[in-house]
Design a protein around this ligand. Structure first.
Ligand SMILES: Cc1cc2nc3c(=O)[nH]c(=O)nc-3n(C[C@H](O)[C@H](O)[C@H](O)COP(=O)(O)OP(=O)(O)OC[C@H]3O[C@@H](n4cnc5c(N)ncnc54)[C@H](O)[C@@H]3O)c2cc1C
Length: 282
């Protein structure tokens, strides 16, 4: 599998980044996007621009298998889609529109992907297999010709659909708080691929495993502390000092073994919100 950063894909990488930075979110986003979602995309645009310039971040994946063909995968799209309920039939599947290839930056990177792959296949080491191009066809050489082929021939995604309940502030179109609770709804949290705010340049299974592990650790520790608290509540007031010490010990033990600061934060927030007592660790 090849993972190709933009500066390795094309010498025009600075132009592409400049084009992206110039964009106004309203021009290429779905018309249903709220001002908050447009602001959120604008923040993402700047993050994307920085990642396009990085050699640590791939924009194109080229997976190989034993077969005779391959795919060119655009990994860090500037286009954004929608998923909405079907208001005429509540039992129907939601209506999904990926808005694939709507943003011109995606179209431009798509063209560069095809050009890169042609050069790659022309390497001397590949000639032993005598590769030849079936689509778009070696005779299609102009940017417009390649872009037309992609517009008609590409498919929307490779099963990595994500980001529909993005973690982020509400005023940037985010759906989830850092504790993974849905903004404006009590007692509802989300812990799957939909919480990723910006699609990662990777396959998503391992990413979801990581999310699941963090969610589990956060919840298990929260519940453990909750149970501990209620057990402590049954003690009479003359052991209040002892109770406080136990709670402190539980928190500090967790702090020492916390896997990362994020869950430390979320669990402690939970603790603070609900009990209002958390003496400092010593
Ligand atoms: C064809 C395909 C190939 C892929 N190949 C790869 C790959 O090679 N490598 C890789 O890393 N990733 C791959 N992915 C991506 C990866 O599988 C997904 O990103 C990942 O599984 C998402 O995990 P999830 O838990 O968020 O959602 P899912 O795995 O979709 O889990 C959602 C679960 O919720 C259940 N569910 C839905 N609605 C309800 C309901 N109302 N009540 C109760 N349960 C419900 C579903 O039955 C399902 O079990 C592929 C995806 C597809 C579609």
């Amino acid at each position: 599998m090849l993972q190709v950063p933009l500066p390795h894909l094309t010498t025009a990488w600075k132009d592409i980044i400049a084009d992206l930075k110039k964009q106004n979110g309203k021009d290429f986003l779905p018309s249903t996007y709220t001002p908050e979602q447009i602001r959120g995309w604008t923040r993402q645009r700047d993050i994307l621009a920085a990642s396009y310039a990085s050699l640590e971040n791939s924009v194109t994946e080229i997976p190989f298998s034993g077969g005779a063909t391959t795919s060119l995968v655009l990994q860090r799209q500037a286009s954004r889609g929608t998923v909405v309920l079907n208001t005429t039939d509540k039992y129907a599947e939601p209506i999904v529109d990926y808005f694939t290839n709507v943003n011109p930056v995606d179209r431009r990177i798509g063209v560069e992907m095809v050009r890169f792959y042609r050069k790659y296949m022309a390497w001397p080491s590949h000639q032993v297999r005598a590769p030849f191009e079936i689509v778009p066809g070696a005779n299609v050489t102009s940017d417009e010709g390649i872009a037309d082929y992609l517009a008609n021939g590409m498919i929307s995604g490779i099963g990595h659909s994500c980001c529909t309940a993005a973690l982020g502030p509400k005023d940037l179109g985010g759906v989830l708080s850092p504790e993974l609770l849905v903004h404006g709804v009590s007692g509802l949290s989300v812990g799957d691929i939909s919480l990723i705010p910006l699609i990662p340049a990777t396959h998503t299974c391992a990413t979801v495993y990581a999310i699941a592990e963090k969610v589990c650790i956060g919840y298990i520790l929260s519940i453990t502390m909750l149970i501990g608290f209620f057990r402590l509540q049954t003690l009479s007031s003359d052991v209040h000092n002892h109770q406080t010490k136990l709670r402190t010990d539980a928190g500090c033990l967790y702090a020492k073994h916390a896997v990362n600061r994020y869950y430390l934060y979320s669990t402690f927030t939970f603790f603070f919100n609900n009990f209002h007592v958390m003496p400092p660790c010593t």
